[in-house]
Structure formats: structure tokens, C-alpha cells
Ligand binder design. Structure first.
Ligand code: NDP
Length: 278
């Protein structure tokens, strides 16, 4: 019987996940199909009842359902609990299991890019959902400390207060003023705002406002935004000769980890990357 997989989102039609997944499935010759499901806000519980009844093996969950999905699940893994968001649901022996593969996906992408994570001083820019996943991911991978800076300092402080007790390294917070000292102490810079997205009127001004020249020469810079692939912040880092890791790696590896959870096979990461690039 064909294994059915998919993604729940609203909207969902722009999602690149079906292209990436179906390329991997075809490459391995599996009898499976990955479909986009338009699940309207507020109805994810109904969709999960349908998933269980229909025997859909696994779904990725995207906006706006990543948090709403939690009360409808039978089990939720530790990373998803700490982050407060689930992006992957597996149906296993009639039970719905929730995971967050964004955090380990980012870590895999960073390690693939030869970034230092264990023992590193990390600076995360932004205080939204992606920043949250990044903080949990690097902290659980053994970062020495994480500083979170956001344009609204109260948002960074709230995030740190919420996550602090549950993570194995110290977390601190600030606004965007006086970041020179923080940049000087940073070995891994994680750009997790949406300021660098394609079409953002602030993309260049945002990058210009950052004291990139203060980063140590051995620092790595990653931007979670993957459209464009080389953001204004990554370009500034590259021009200073720093190691860079683009946001596509996180997207691919969160999918690769979900692939392994659903199908029990190593994901063909290169095929997935090629499908996204095409
Ligand atoms: P959210 O909307 O939850 O958070 C966005 C954050 O960016 C907020 O802290 C917001 O601040 C800040 N921000 C927006 N514009 C600016 C600006 N001009 N200057 C400074 N800060 C700004 O989004 P997510 O956290 O979910 O996603 C952030 C980005 O990460 C997205 O653009 C997305 O493309 C990318 N992403 C990539 C993934 C991957 O797999 N590579 C996975 C998930 C996300 P405020 O609250 O003040 O508005």
C-alpha cells in the first residue's frame, strides 16, 4: 500500500516541501507520496483525526499550526516541548507523536558547514519562532552561552525568561543598541529575523547596521532566511572573509530528519538539495 505523507499549512501551496520530498522518494524508488494539505487555521485537530483514521504515516506542520497541534498529540519530544512548537507528526501504532526537527536540522546544517557549535559563544538575532528553535538547538548541542538580541528588547527578554531554566547553558538578552561588545565575543552568529528576506525594504539597512567588523576572524555566520540564498548579512560576512552557512541547509536537514523518522531510511540529502535549487 502506498505510504502517504504530507504537510499541513495555511497557506500551503507555495511550500517547497512536496518537491523536495517527492524527489527523494522517487530517487529511492519508494512506494510513497508526499502531498500538500490546506488545513485552515483552527482546524488542525480535525486534520489529525483524519490523519489517524486514514493511516497517513507522517506530516510536517507549518504556519499557523506549529503550536496549536500540541494538545492533539499523544507524545511530544523534548526539543518540541522546549521550543513549544511541533513541525513533524508521525503516526506510530495508532499514536500521534510530535517532534521538532528545526532545531536539530539547524545543528546538522551548521556541522555540515564546519561551524563550531559545541563550546561556542552564540549570538542569535531575532526573537520569533526560528530564533527559538535556533537557541534550543545550539544550547542542546553544547554551546557555551547564547545571547539573544532583538529590535524589541522586551521580546528577547521574554524569550530568554521562557527558555532559560530548561536549557543547559546561560542565556542573556538585549536590544540592538551597543552590540559591538556582543559581536566581539561571538563565534557563531545566527541571523534569525525576517529582515533579510527577499523583498524586505530593510534588508540592506539591517545588514549595514550590524557591527560585522567586530566579529572574530574564526567566527561563522548563518542566516536562517534562504530566499535569497545569499542574504545581505551573509554577503557582508563573506566580504569579511568569514565562514558562512546559508539557510537552505536547515530546511533540507529538518526534512531529512523527518524523512528518517517517517521512513526509517537515511535521506538522500543531495537529491533534496538539488530539488530545492531547481
Ligand atoms: P517570526 O515572524 O516569528 O519572527 C521574526 C523576527 O524577526 C521577530 O523577532 C521580528 O521582530 C524580527 N524582525 C522582522 N523584521 C525586522 C527588522 N527589519 N529588523 C529587526 N528585526 C526584525 O518569524 P520566524 O521566526 O518564524 O522566521 C524568521 C525567518 O527565518 C523567516 O524569514 C524565515 O524565512 C526563516 N526561517 C527559516 C527556516 C529554515 O528552515 N531555514 C525555518 C524557519 C524560519 P518583531 O517581533 O519586533 O517584529
Amino acid at each position: 500500500m502506498t505510504t502517504v505523507l504530507g504537510i499541513f499549512g495555511d497557506p500551503v501551496k507555495h511550500s517547497k516541501s512536496p518537491r523536495m520530498w517527492n524527489a527523494a522518494i522517487e530517487h529511492l524508488g519508494l512506494d510513497a507520496r508526499y502531498l500538500p494539505f490546506h488545513v485552515r487555521r483552527g482546524t488542525v485537530g480535525d486534520a489529525l483525526v483524519g490523519m489517524r483514521a486514514l493511516g497517513i504515516r507522517g506530516v510536517n506542520v507549518t504556519l499557523p499550526h506549529k503550536e496549536d497541534v500540541i494538545p492533539h498529540l499523544d507524545v511530544v519530544d523534548d526539543a518540541a516541548r522546549s521550543i513549544g512548537a511541533v513541525n513533524t507528526v508521525r503516526l506510530e501504532d495508532g499514536r500521534l507523536e510530535g517532534f521538532n526537527t528545526d532545531a536539530p536540522g539547524l545543528v546538522r546544517s551548521l556541522l555540515e558547514g564546519h561551524a563550531k557549535v559545541r563550546g561556542a559563544s552564540v549570538l542569535v538575532l531575532g526573537a520569533g519562532g526560528a530564533a527559538r528553535a535556533a537557541i534550543v538547538g545550539v544550547a542542546q548541542e553544547g554551546a557555551a552561552r547564547v545571547h539573544v538580541a532583538a529590535r524589541r528588547p522586551e521580546a528577547a527578554e521574554a524569550l530568554v525568561a521562557d527558555l532559560g531554566g530548561a536549557l543547559p547553558c546561560p542565556l542573556t538578552a538585549s536590544g540592538f543598541d551597543d552590540l559591538e561588545g556582543a559581536f566581539e565575543a561571538t563565534e557563531l552568529l545566527v541571523q534569525a529575523t525576517s529582515a533579510t528576506l527577499d523583498g524586505s525594504p530593510h534588508a540592506q539597512a539591517f545588514a549595514d547596521s550590524l557591527p560585522m567588523g567586530r566579529l572574530p576572524a574564526h567566527a561563522t555566520v548563518t542566516d536562517l532566511v534562504y530566499a535569497p540564498l545569499e542574504t545581505t548579512v551573509l554577503r557582508a560576512a563573506r566580504e569579511r572573509g568569514l565562514r558562512t552557512v546559508d539557510g537552505l541547509g536547515m530546511l533540507i536537514h529538518q526534512g531529512a530528519i523527518a524523512f528518517e523518522l517517517f521512513l526509517g531510511l537515511p535521506a538522500p540529502v543531495d537529491v533534496m538539495r538539488k530539488a530545492l535549487a531547481g
